[in-house]
Design a protein around this ligand. Structure first.
Ligand SMILES: [Zn+2]
Length: 118
């Protein structure tokens, strides 16, 4: 991978990171808004709770993605970026463009997914 390629993917990761942080902030603001409205409104408790759970799940998913982005950025620094962690082959650019923090090549990814399904 050339210097230019690495810069391209670093920018991609940064853009994605910004987007996620914005999403998380939006969710947090929504939740604060909900909590404000919650007082003295017992009728909506049930729907409010399920809404909270959904938002919590979104946050969890996005925090995980943020971690993966940070991890990928560290790999750019150490020169390990774009190399499959299982078979040490290069991960295709096409795949990295879709998922810039991919840890595995498409072949290994499939193996892992099959294993996870049991
Ligand atoms: Zn692999």
């Amino acid at each position: 991978m050339t210097e230019n390629d690495l810069k391209f993917f670093k920018d991609l990761l940064d853009a994605r990171k910004e987007q996620i942080q914005k999403n998380i902030n939006d969710v947090l603001e929504d939740m604060q808004e909900l909590q404000k409205n919650q007082i003295g409104d017992d009728a909506d408790h049930a729907s409010l709770d399920s809404d909270k759970i959904t938002k919590h799940a979104i946050n969890k998913q996005q925090s995980k993605e943020l971690e993966e982005i940070e991890y990928a950025k560290r790999k750019i620094k150490t020169g390990r970026y774009g190399i499959c962690e299982m078979c040490e082959e290069s991960i295709s650019f096409q795949r990295l463009k879709v998922k810039p923090y991919a840890k595995y090549c498409i072949v290994c990814r499939e193996i892992i997914e099959k294993q996870n399904k049991g």
